[in-house]
Design a protein around this ligand. Sequence first.
Ligand code: RB5
Length: 145
Amino acid sequence: MLAIGCDHGGFELKQVLIDHLKARGVEVKDFGCYSADSVDYPTIAEPVCNAIVGGECEKGILICGTGIGMSLAANKVKGIRAACCENSFSARMSREHNNAHILCLGARVTGPSVAMDMVDAFLDTEFAGGRHANRVNLITEIENK
Ligand code: RB5
């Protein structure tokens, strides 16, 4: 199960990505928002992160205007690694090197076709482990201090 959420800035792109994910056969849980009315992005980021930390969902996608606010909020949740990306290479590396749980996208930065490509890269890439596992563990050590 994949968790998805957005604020008003990401609402339209979220609908595009839900359709894309469903066409791929991915099960999606939509944490809102459900209209283009203004909403504060941390209130959406937190339940998406909790669904991942709690094991209900494996990965997530968070969308706001830039992807920045969502990533800042998501990375405050213990155990979450959220990557704000603007291209497919970064989306792929966020999985391969950083074992990111969440891809954060900026709907005012990234168009729908590029965003779909980034989602595919994110979902199709496994964590490489090895030396990268050691580095990710060091991030967790910082979090646990
Ligand atoms: C909302 O206007 C905007 O600030 C938000 O979508 C996001 O870009 C914040 O990082």
